[in-house]
Write a protein that binds this ligand. Structure first.
Ligand SMILES: Cc1ncc(COP(=O)(O)O)c(C=O)c1O
Length: 390
């Protein structure tokens, strides 16, 4: 039997950077400085420069312990609390909504656009009330939400925009903006609103070797507040102006992420090639439309395919069939957020967000990672064709 095809194999990309990672680790060990410090600041500066390239954005980057904490810190920096509403998508990872309820605020969901799986901006706008404090779009699976289309609406209502860009570091969309620095300006995920939040969980396109995250702020004063909030709210050591978190990024993760950031553009480009190949392979086997729907990429968008998520007829049976042939596929996410037990207090019932619920029944993430081989993708497409034509 053929080797197992995993959903993700990080060993393949690690092999190419082993020496650089070892050098970076040695530098940190020699420094014996492990929490925050120059290595973390250097990584923050690397990200600030990366986000500037060809974009309209000046940002203050603040490393923290995880993507979840980045979201929590962002909402804390905007004083979100009891009585406030945050409009977001019901189709995302749990942390998108838990950061809201942890602060005593209320998540207000708006259904997704079935084409992109991202929040539908018209639905979202319709959910705004006088209590709406933040709009929290998620750039799901690595494709950006066209935040600029709702930016003015948010501004007029005094609603801040916090982007959950946990899955989209490096994704961008082309924009026409008179303030753009470059003629062909692009807006990167995480710099479209007031604060952008990234996760560097090891499976992400830019992944650490443990938990790590970052919040980037448009307003340097908000950046400063984030910096305080990540160290227990202390402006000066042991002097606390407010209660924050212990959410520091460590130097080892920062050093590793600096190495990987240098490769990111090439790695994301490789993922786009993999996505193109899936498109060709599924197309050539006549599966598209009748049996599966492939991810749609909006015009002007550079999708970075953090996940390659298709919709599949008889999804669960297909997944089992692939598993029997040693091919892993996963469901992100089987139960939308509005139906999670811990959010039952919101009173949402099944049927409240039909597109999200349908996606939960149909979505299937296929292996997409650096080093995935063409023959492995072919094997998967052949197995899918066998399943649908038996
Ligand atoms: C959309 C989304 N939001 C938030 C998070 C939380 O990030 P982390 O796992 O680094 O806490 C993740 C990552 O898992 C995510 O995918």
């Amino acid at each position: 039997m053929a080797d197992k095809l995993p959903i993700l194999d990080l060993k393949r990309s690690y092999a190419a950077i082993r020496d650089e990672i070892n050098e970076a680790l040695e530098r940190v060990f020699e420094s014996q400085s492990f929490i925050l410090g120059p290595e973390v600041r250097a990584f923050e500066e690397d990200v600030e420069s990366y986000l500037e390239s060809g974009t309209v954005a000046d940002r203050t980057a603040v490393g923290c312990a995880s993507g979840t904490d980045a979201l929590l810190l962002a909402l804390m920096a905007l004083d979100v609390g009891p009585g406030d509403e945050v409009v977001t998508t019901p189709y995302s990872f749990f942390a998108t909504a838990s950061c809201i309820t942890r602060l005593g605020a209320v998540p207000v969901f708006a259904d997704i656009d079935p084409a992109t799986c991202n929040i539908d901006l018209k639905e979202a706008a319709a959910k705004f009330t006088a209590k709406t404090k933040v709009f929290l779009p998620v750039h799901l699976f690595g494709q950006t939400v066209p935040v600029e289309e709702i930016a003015a609406f948010c501004r007029e209502r005094g609603v801040a925009v916090v982007e959950d860009a946990a899955q989209a570091f490096g994704a961008w969309r082309r924009i026409e903006d008179e303030n753009a620095k470059a003629a062909n300006a692009v807006l990167r995920a995480g710099v479209m609103g007031d604060i952008g939040c990234y996760s560097f969980f090891p499976t992400k396109n830019l992944g650490a070797c443990g938990d790590a995250g970052m919040a980037v702020a448009a307003d340097p004063r908000v950046g400063e507040r984030l910096r305080k909030l990540r160290v227990h709210g202390a402006g000066t050591t042991y002097l606390h102006e407010e209660v924050g978190l212990n959410s520091r990024l460590d130097a080892i993760q920062a050093a590793i992420l600096r190495v990987k950031l240098r490769r990111l553009e090439a790695w994301n480009a490789e993922r786009r090639v993999l996505a193109d190949r899936y498109r060709l392979l599924f197309g050539a086997r006549g599966l598209v439309g009748e049996h599966v729907t492939l991810p749609a990429e909006l015009a002007g968008n550079c999708h970075i395919y953090h996940q390659y998520v298709i919709r599949a007829k008889r999804r669960d049976a297909l997944m089992e069939f692939l598993e029997q042939r040693g091919i892993s596929a996963r469901v992100y996410y089987p139960l939308p957020l509005h139906l999670q037990k811990c959010f039952a207090f919101r009173g949402y019932k099944e049927g409240a967000f039909p597109e999200s619920e349908r996606l939960a029944r149909e979505s299937l993430a296929l292996p997409v990672f650096n080093g995935l081989l063409a023959e492995e993708q072919e094997r998967l497409a052949d197995a899918a064709a066998e399943f649908y034509t038996r």
